[in-house]
Design a protein around this ligand. Structure first.
Ligand code: ADP
Ligand code: MG
Length: 693
């Protein structure tokens, strides 16, 4: 297999564009893709024609406007290229209008209140900056999705808006720093994706896995991850075969899957791609998750992307690696030996420190979901408190750069430290702290809070937007300043003073950090419901409005969608649990207890005391009664929750009452599992699932 030929063979990428478009059209489209310039309208017809010819030659009969509603998965309806040509014949047609604009019904997707006030009509608009591709006989055209009145109903629209805001302010800043060459700044993202891979039969036998993506019941296996023998260990044959097929499919779709390895928990693995622009990285991550599920099914496996499929062992996250790169090849987060350039690098770091401190709540919210609540703060993932790790040396350089403001001598000290020691020392430091939610790792930041099933779009939207805003503030100061270098140092000093509290280089898993964070006044938003509230904060609404990323109406609609999603997820879990316990677990226990009772009788008839089996029967009877009353507790809370009209109160009731009762029902069932004959237990156990593949 020639990998260079396989890579991107199903993508309408550079080569396909060259072959199927005229030179003029190719160059125009390329300009839009590479530099964010608006698309020239008159080229759409030629692009549509070229794209269709290429797609048909790659087996496509249909096209779809592929979009990302606020559901964490993607959507699109498929239309064939056929048009009647009279006399019972057809021709294949793809009009520029069909390329540029689609009209799915918006009413069946989450819109968070927008639906009540506005029409159901929704539009999709072609995003020419993310390449189209052919999959299973359909041409996929990445699109943005918005309502009749222009409100964003998807992940992509705000992400693209935030990338534009960021480019504008960052470019303005670069000019002030004397950069005349850069034309465009792109946030670059590499999303490391964790997942579980289990046997399909086991999966099919568990309603909780099929419906909720996670186990709602299950006692701990005798062996979990205690021996640390899975992480980066030998990849078993069946898994290796899966990874091979997955890579091949991803490569053909132009997704640059790069790294694969076993993760910490049994049956857990990771895939990391080479970074790309935030927009393409987001599309590719969605595609990766979809392909992961499909390939697993093809191979008799199931890929679990839930944040916490199994209690008692690690859950899965997604690391969002982020940097800012320019069209002329600069990474703005790369330190430099050149003192002047390094000062600019430190200014960039200061911008991150300021942005993350001011909008820590939004970043936290961007990683919040019912699923991720099981993970954050569980000593396997960062705690729910946002902080930045820079490492001691870089922190010192930043402070020194600030302290040097206006004083020649100290300025020298700052530059010397920054220049001669940075590269190596940063490397050492970044490896040491795996507990920080937002860590500097050499020439990029790594945000480690995201859940494995979440879209990375909102996180990157928040980052872009907050940075754009901070850059704008920096620019305003620098534009007024007489001495630019002096002002840069003054800005850094102010950032350290006002926002230095967000820097923490210690162990984020320790209780001491929680206490320390409280003292520093950092937001501690333990559950997703606490975090969602920040979308209604005036400071955040103002940020999004200023940068043109979300209107106030869009902010409140996102808030409602997040709450609604939380309510649906928890309610579905409760209903699934009730179904499993009432129709599988409880009857199985009664059957088993009956069997034990018969044995006890037989033993007594045979003249033995049957002392321990009688005791066992009593234990079973007790746990059956307990489960019965716990079922009633869950059922009662579930029914009651439906009568709560206010969605915020509804969600809080689920978190504070229903989930607590579900936990006790689970505890009772898990205890029952440990004393029940394996033959009678109606669903595969943790051991069956985790050690089978
Ligand atoms: P680590 O082992 O520290 O997690 P890796 O070198 O394995 O770091 O990279 C992890 C991810 O970071 C990869 O997806 C990689 O492509 C991405 N990455 C590397 N450089 C950048 C960058 N400049 N911008 C965004 N992502 C990057
Ligand atoms: Mg990493």
């Amino acid at each position: 297999m020639d990998l260079t030929k396989l890579f991107g063979c199903k993508v309408f990428g550079d080569e396909a564009m060259r072959e199927n478009l005229s030179r003029e059209v190719y160059e125009s489209l390329k300009r839009t893709q590479d530099t964010g310039l608006p698309l020239e309208e008159n080229i759409a017809a030629a692009v549509a024609e070229g794209m269709k010819d290429w797609a048909v030659s790659h087996g496509a009969t249909h096209y779809t406007h592929w979009f990302q509603p606020l559901t964490n998965i993607t959507a699109g309806k498929h239309d064939s290229f056929i048009e009647p040509a009279g006399n019972g014949k057809i021709i294949l047609e793809f009009s520029p209008k069909a390329l540029i604009k689609g009209e799915p019904d918006a009413s069946s997707f989450p819109s968070g209140g927008l639906r009540a006030t506005f029409e159901a009509r929704g539009y999709t608009a072609w995003d020419p900056t993310s390449p189209a591709f052919v999959r299973d006989g359909t041409l996929y055209i990445p699109t943005a999705f918005y309502s009749y009145t222009g409100e964003a109903l998807d992940q992509k629209t705000p992400l693209l808006r935030s990338m534009e805001a960021l480019n504008k302010q960052c470019l303005r800043l670069l000019r002030l720093l004397g950069n005349t060459k850069t034309n465009y700044v792109t946030p670059t993202v590499g999303a490391e994706q964790e997942y579980f891979l289990i046997d399909r039969d086991a999966y099919e036998q568990r309603l909780d896995l099929k419906i909720c993506g996670r186990t709602l019941l299950g006692s701990r296996p005798p062996k979990g991850q205690e021996l640390d023998d899975h992480y980066c260990g030998r990849i078993r044959l069946r898994v290796a075969e899966y990874m091979r097929a997955l890579d091949e499919e991803l490569w053909s779709l132009g997704v640059s899957s790069k790294t694969k390895h076993n993760e910490v928990a049994p049956a857990q693995h990771e895939l990391a791609p080479v970074f790309d622009s935030a927009n393409v990285a987001c599309d590719h991550n969605q595609l990766t998750m979809e392909v992961m599920r499909v390939v697993a099914k093809q191979q008799g496996l199931a890929c679990l992307l839930h944040e916490k499929p199994f209690a008692g062992i690690n859950g899965s996250g997604k690391h969002n690696n982020y940097s800012l790169c320019t069209d002329d090849g600069l990474n703005l987060l790369a330190s430099s030996k050149d003192p002047e350039e390094n000062l600019h690098f430190l200014l960039m770091l200061a911008a991150f420190v300021s942005a993350v401190d001011q909008y820590a709540d939004l970043l936290r919210a961007s990683a919040a979901s019912a699923g991720n609540d099981h993970r954050l703060g569980g000593f396997e993932a960062p705690p729910a408190i946002i902080s930045i790790f820079l490492g001691e040396n870089l922190t010192q350089s930043l402070c020194a750069a600030g302290n040097g403001g206006g004083c020649g001598k100290e300025e020298h000290k700052m530059l010397k430290t920054g220049v001669s020691t940075l590269p190596d020392l940063v490397k050492d430091d970044s490896d040491r702290n795996r507990t920080s939610p937002f860590a500097f790792t050499g020439n990029k930041f790594e945000f480690r809070m995201l859940g494995s099933s979440q879209s990375i779009a909102f996180t990157n939207t928040v980052l872009n937007c907050a940075l754009a805003d901070v850059f704008e503030d920096f620019c305003k100061r620098l534009e007024k300043a007489g001495d630019i270098r002096h002002e840069i140092r003054a800005i850094i000093a102010d950032v350290v003073k006002e926002h230095g509290r967000i820097i923490f280089n210690g162990n984020n898993y320790s209780q001491a950090w929680v206490e320390e964070a409280k003292k520093r006044g950092l937001p501690i938003l333990n559950t997703s419901l606490d975090a969602f509230e920040c979308l209604l904060d005036q400071k955040n609404i103002d940020l999004f409005s200023r940068q043109g990323v979300f209107t106030p109406v869009e902010c409140s609609s996102r808030y409602e969608i997040l709450l609604e999603n939380y309510i649906h997820v928890v309610s579905i879990e409760a209903a699934t649990m009730l179904e499993m316990v009432r129709r599988q677990i409880y009857p199985a226990l009664v059957r088993y207890a009956g069997e034990v009772a018969r044995s006890v009788n037989e033993m007594k008839t045979a003249g033995v005391s049957a002392w321990s089996s009688t005791k066992h029967l009593h234990s079973l009877n007790d746990i059956i009664d307990q489960i019965d009353s716990e079922i009633e507790g869950v059922r009662e809370a579930y029914v009651r929750s439906h009568s709560i009209e206010n969605i915020r109160e509804h969600a809080l009731y689920l978190r504070d009452v229903l989930k607590v009762r579900m936990d006790s029902l689970r505890t009772a069932c898990d205890a029952a599992e440990t004393i029940t004959d394996d033959q009678y237990w109606p669903i595969p156990s943790y051991t069956d699932i985790l050690l089978r593949v």
